[in-house]
Design a protein around this ligand. Structure first.
Ligand code: HEM
Length: 410
């Protein structure tokens, strides 16, 4: 079935269907021409892959804010998963039961429970810890290193572990589960990935049951302690919410750090200013989110048949909102393909919009800016020193391996 799916994708891509190109293998190298091809075809483009797509900023924004369009599992877009999803035979996927894909009132109830950790006050309380974690990992690297494996992948997992109250001894295992579960955002592409996801999930859930029991006995200041202390949260909600925080907050942030470093290294004037003025990191992170966002698209489907941009969209048909395409919409961003951290336009959709607007946006920004300040403060001459391996993913964009070198500064 998978092979057949791939053959269909290739055939349709050859016929010039941008929907099929989105599922092709070239997309993980450079997806941006696909988004431009969609834009050139119109505001809302129908694909033979039984979905609609849009690169329009105005249309993405409108759909995200309209309750008629509900979130669906991102995996629903892969050719194989679409069939599974339509028949209601959902693949095991931790995010499918989380508030990322739920609608109100369940969405509101669950999101509200964890929101206090992400308020400006909640974030300020974490800032010092984030800086300390960044320093700690930078202390450990010397000479050439893998920016992703040795640094960018380490920081977010420590931050989430701390948020959830995971004991220090369990960090390595936690790291592994985070990596296994990242498949959840894309939908498993083959049986091997599906098995990795299922195994990672089973181990993680056993660990969470232990953690829940421990936090009932010895509560701390963390998310799990707060949730077990409430009467209205059952085990399923607790596990789905915890898994969502791990899945949504881990690889996304890793990719943001990696993509931002690649952008700085490619733009000498940006590097120069960042080294001289560390607070410039915030603007660099923001422009990276616009130009090379870690989450490239999200999916919505109308809960009733609607007319949209002059087209009829039947109830339940997936619409791929190409956030990374919308972020280069010339109607909103001047000179959209140029990396300009000081641009005045800030309304990118890297964190989506409407009720599912990323809960961790502030935390992600804080972690990425701290990472850039730390890295270029210590290694102002940091350079890419080997082949960058791209992550094989459509939803997530970033490097899986990024060898770097650069003389130590301090
Ligand atoms: C939702 C992006 C980091 C937690 C989302 C969505 C996007 C996104 C695009 C919405 C998906 C949709 O509309 O279908 C990112 C990016 C990140 C990042 C690019 C890093 C650069 C984080 C972090 C956390 C987090 C660090 C928490 C630890 C969440 C949660 C949701 C979410 C809980 C679901 C919100 C809801 O459905 O109400 N994120 N995220 N994210 N993100 Fe993030």
């Amino acid at each position: 079935l998978l092979l057949l799916g791939r053959l269909i994708v290739r055939f349709e891509a050859l016929r010039g269907d941008p929907g099929a190109r989105l599922f092709g293998t070239a997309v993980s190298r450079d997806p941006y021409p696909v988004y431009e091809a969609v834009r050139a075809k119109g505001e809302l483009v129908h694909s033979s892959m039984r979905l609609f797509m849009t690169s329009s900023h105005a249309l993405c924004d409108r759909i995200l804010r309209d309750p008629v369009f509900e979130a669906v599992p991102a995996g629903a877009l892969s050719p194989v998963d679409v069939a599974e999803w339509r028949e209601g035979r959902r693949l095991v996927n931790p995010v499918d039961e989380s508030f990322l894909v739920l609608s109100p009132p369940d969405h509101t109830r669950l999101r509200r429970m964890v929101a206090p950790w992400f308020t400006p006050r909640g974030l300020r309380a974490r800032a010092e810890f984030v800086d300390r974690v960044v320093d700690e990992y930078l202390d450990r690297v010397d000479g050439p290193f893998d920016l992703v494996g040795d640094f960018a992948a380490r920081v977010p997992v420590r931050v989430i572990a701390d948020l959830l109250g995971v004991p220090d001894d369990d960090h390595d295992a936690f790291d592994r589960w985070g990596a296994a579960m990242v498949v959840a955002l894309d939908g498993a592409q083959d049986m091997k990935e599906l098995r990795t996801l299922r195994d990672g999930l089973a181990e993680f859930e056993a660990f969470l049951d232990d953690l829940i029991a421990r936090r009932r006995r010895e509560p701390g200041e963390d998310v799990v302690s707060a949730l077990v202390g409430r009467g209205d949260v059952d085990r399923r909600d607790l596990i789905a919410t915890t898994e969502l925080l791990l899945v949504a907050g881990f690889e996304t942030t890793v990719n943001l750090i990696g993509n931002a470093v690649l952008a700085v290294v490619a733009h000498p004037e940006v590097r120069e200013r960042l080294v001289a003025e560390p607070s410039f990191a915030d603007a660099v992170v923001e422009e990276t989110l616009r130009m090379d966002p870690p989450v490239q698209y999200t999916v919505r489907a109308p809960n009733t048949t609607v007319r949209l941009a002059g087209t009829t969209v039947p109830k339940g048909t997936p619409i791929a909102l190409l956030l990374a395409g919308a972020n280069r919409d010339p109607a909103v961003f001047a000179d959209p393909h140029t990396f300009r951290p000081d641009r005045p336009e800030r309304e990118h959709l890297a964190f989506s919009g409407g009720i599912h607007y990323c809960l961790g946006a502030g935390l992600a920004r804080m972690e990425a800016a701290a990472a850039l300040r730390g890295l270029f403060g210590r290694f102002p001459d940091l350079r890419v020193a080997g082949r960058v391996r791209r992550r094989q993913s459509r939803v997530l964009r970033g490097a899986a391996r990024l060898p770097v070198a650069g003389g130590r500064h301090t």
